[in-house]
Design a protein around this ligand. Structure first.
Ligand code: VGL
Ligand code: ZN
Length: 193
């Protein structure tokens, strides 16, 4: 069991319409994690712990989009429907939202890259991050790498992540790397309020 402590925060990455099935960059089974994410958010919110959400938040001609020579279809353009949370996500009222990859000429998969996340976590006295969301092989992987290198402990929520899997092994490989670097894997039944 992992018990939620006062210096723990939950980070849920990129639950946005474009990353869900039917979206511009729909992650297969991305919607399947929504019930678990709601439970995690409730657990952290009920204990008064910080919940951080990230949003991929690109300008219209972002460098990661195919017309600009990038690898992705246009997605998560700031202010569009595709960049919104789906109605079924229902985060608690008090969350901190981090917008990432907001500059045209820079890709940024990590929630730490070019954002105030580290400063906000430090200010809140957070020392451990529970990480879930989309996608395992991009935002989650890069956020966990940065969290560990910034000195946070990480708990990786296996039932709260899904991978893009451009190559089928990308998701499993990302999980192996995060765990090998020190992230502690857990599922809903192993996280105690
Ligand atoms: C992401 C693909 C494109 C992510 C962002 O944050 O996981 N993946 N843009
Ligand atoms: Zn993106």
């Amino acid at each position: 069991m992992v018990t939620i402590q006062p210096d723990d925060a939950l980070l849920v990455a990129d639950i946005q319409n474009d990353f869900l099935p039917g979206g511009a960059l729909g992650v297969s089974e991305g919607d399947k994690i929504l019930p678990a994410l709601r439970r995690y958010m409730e657990k952290f919110h009920a204990k008064g712990n910080l919940v951080v959400l990230t949003k991929d938040w690109h300008p219209p001609k972002h460098c990661s989009f195919k017309p600009q020579g990038g690898i992705w279809p246009d997605h998560c353009v700031a202010g569009t429907k595709g960049a919104e949370h789906p109605p079924s996500f229902r985060p608690p009222p008090s969350v901190v939202t981090i917008h990432k990859a907001t500059e045209s000429d820079k890709e940024a998969y990590s929630a730490f890259q070019g954002t105030s996340l580290d400063a906000q976590l430090k200010k809140a006295g957070i020392r451990r991050l529970f990480v879930a969301g989309l996608a395992t092989d991009y935002c989650v992987l890069n956020t966990v790498r940065d969290a560990l290198s910034h000195g946070y402990r990480v708990c990786l929520l296996l039932d709260g992540i899904r991978a893009v899997n451009l190559r089928p092994e990308d998701g499993p490989r990302a999980i192996d790397e995060m765990v090998q670097k020190g992230a502690v894997p857990a599922t809903l039944d192993e996280v105690a309020a």
